[in-house]
Design a protein around this ligand. Structure first.
Ligand code: XMP
Length: 317
């Protein structure tokens, strides 16, 4: 009979047996899976777990600092690495979505590898892989990275030559959340909406600049904090804002403006594979639109995305 308490007890013992006094390095993303994996490992091996939390500069407003503080408050041995400038450089001039994803993935590996090299005698790589990831990597992409790494050791970054430890490998998302509650992890963190690895880079259509990132962070913050204030956040699978590569004419006082357009998107879903747009209250949309246009400099128009998946995807890129 599966219970979170039993899972925690058994897994912590297994991790102790498996890792012993070996060192583990793990990348934290701010998401549920990597956080729960880290807390379990920390419970088993304490400060022999070395966590690395990378700021790619494409997270939500204030997210890097606040989540880093949260991690420290949980007693994790974590190092925050601000690599924003490096990611921005890697993205410079790129507008194709897949090229952006590749540049971000490659930069992440480089940053993580650099950091992992600073640690001595690490034997293990911890990962927050969950059961749907295991299935997906086998059925869609062939053998997962961990399996491939055995065939390919030469070409991979050094940290990928480490032995892998994945304590959540057999769990579904809802079970991971229940384990997280059992471990005393903050329910706000456990209830976070999914957020894509490439972050705001795939919500800024076209090329990425520091200015665009900061405009989108402000817009997103107005939207997401509004959803929380109106108690809508927890009923939604995922929400966010998209910065469009067009300008539109507006009027402010006696002045004609020619500024940016943002789209808001909120969807209901159970697994992200299909999704319906959320019929948010009109008063809410009106309030958020006013706040954005009044408070975020450079934006003069807000639209709401009413497309479902399929045929649209959740992200615009
Ligand atoms: P789409 O846009 O394909 O998104 O309907 C489905 C879910 O996947 C997330 N997503 C990503 N997550 N890296 C990620 O880690 C990515 O490149 C990526 N692209 C989309 C998206 O946010 C949604 O939850």
């Amino acid at each position: 009979n599966w219970t979170p308490a039993h899972f925690v007890e058994e897994t912590v013992q297994d991790l102790k047996d498996k890792v012993g006094d070996g060192k583990v390095v793990l990348g934290l993303s701010g998401g549920v899976d990597s956080t729960v994996a880290a807390v379990l490992l920390n419970k088993a091996i304490g400060d022999n777990l070395y966590c690395i939390f990378v700021n790619n500069g494409l997270l939500r407003k204030n997210e890097f600092d606040s989540v880093l503080e949260q991690y420290k408050g949980m007693g994790l041995n974590v190092k925050g690495v601000d690599a924003s400038a490096r990611f921005l450089r890697a993205l410079s001039g790129l507008s194709d979505p897949e090229l952006k994803r590749k540049a971000i993935g490659k930069t992440f590996i480089e940053v993580f590898d650099d950091e992992a090299h600073l640690l001595e005698d690490v034997e293990w790589l911890g990962q927050g892989t969950i059961y749907p990831d295991v299935i997906e990597s086998v059925s869609v992409n062939g053998p997962s990275v961990t399996i491939k790494s055995h065939h390919n050791v030469g070409g991979l970054p050094d940290y990928m030559k480490l032995k892998i430890v994945e304590p959540l490998r057999m769990l579904f998302k809802d079970e991971v959340r229940r384990v997280g509650h059992e471990l005393g992890i903050d329910s706000e963190l456990l209830g976070r909406h999914p957020f894509p690895g490439p972050g705001l880079a795939i919500r800024i259509l076209g090329t990425i600049t520091e200015e665009k990132v900061s405009i989108l962070q402000e817009v997103d913050d107005v939207f997401i904090s509004g959803l929380r204030r109106w108690n809508l956040y927890d009923d939604i699978w995922q929400a966010g804002a998209i910065l469009l590569p067009v300008q539109s004419v507006g009027v402010m006082g006696d002045e004609r403006t020619y500024e940016r357009v943002v789209a808001l998107r909120a969807v209901e879903s159970t697994d992200g594979m299909t999704a319906d747009w959320v019929d948010l209250p009109h008063e809410f949309l009106q309030e958020i639109s006013n706040h954005i246009i009044n408070r975020v400099k450079g934006v003069n128009r807000v639209v709401y995305d009413i497309s479902s998946k399929p045929p649209a995807t959740i992200e615009w890129e």
